[in-house]
Design a binder for this molecule. Sequence first.
Ligand SMILES: [Zn+2]
Length: 284
Amino acid sequence: MRWGTVGPVLLIVGLLFLFLSKAGEPQTQYAPLGAYFDYAEASVPVNAVTPLPPAEFQAIQRANADRSTAQIDLVLEAELYRDDLGPLGAELQAALDYVQERTGIRLADRIKLIISQDAGCGFHGLTYSDVRVIYIYSCAGVPRQRVVNIAAHEFVHQLEQDRYGPPHLSADLVLSEGFATWGAGKYWLGGNPDFATFARQYRDTGAALPLGTHYASVGAGGMNVLYYEWAAFVDYLLATYGRERFDALYLTGGGQQPGAAQYATIYSRPFSQLEAEWQGWLGQ
Ligand SMILES: [Zn+2]
C-alpha cells in the first residue's frame, strides 16, 4: 500500500448502527444501551484511505473547543448534544481514561473530537490518528451513550498511533481493529464477560467468519462479526503469548489486509494455525 502518498488512514469503526432509515424522524424514546448490540440495526460499513483535506484540517485547528476535558477538545459541528456537553465531556474523558488503563498506553497529546452529522444521518466514527482528530457522525435522537461507546473504540486507534507510530497506518486489520475493539472493553461488551462469548455465539449460530475475511466483502452484519471475532483473537494472542510479542507483531505491517502481519515470524506458526488454536481456546 502506498502509505507515503495516500496520507493518513481513516480507520472506520465497525459497529455502524443504522439510523439511515430513521433519518429525520425524531425518536420518541432513547434506546437502551442493549440496543447498541442489536446487530439487526447495523448499517453498511465503509472503509477508506483518504487524507483529511488540508483546508478542513486548518478549519478544525482554528475551531474553538465547545468543551475541553483533561485530554479532549470537543467541537460541535452539528447542533447535537449541546445541552449535554458537561456530562458528555465527562463521559468521554472517563472512556478515554478507561481505554488508556486497559491498553496500557498513554495518549501522547491532546485529541480533538468533533461531533458532526452527515447528509444521511448515519452514525459512525473516523480517526485521523496522524493529526489527532476523531470524528463522530451522529444524528438527532441518538443517545449520547452511543457516542461514548463508539468513541472508546476510536480512542484506541489514536493510542495505536501513539504506541506504534506510522506503521500503525498499514497494520493488519485483525490487529488494528481487533485491538481497538478489545481495548474498548466494557463499552462494546454490552454486559457480556468477554469477546470470546461473542465468538462462541457466532460459531454456535453459524454466523462465524474466517478471521482472514476482509470486512468490505461481508456487509454490515459480517463486519460486526469480524470486529468481535478479531477482538477475541487479540485477547487470545495477548493471553497466550503476551504483550511484548503482540507489539512486535503489530509493527510487522500487513497493508491493512486481515491476517497479513508476520505471524509466523513472531509466533513460529502461521496465521491459519493460530486461528485453529484460537478456536480450540474458545472451547465449548
Ligand atoms: Zn476501528
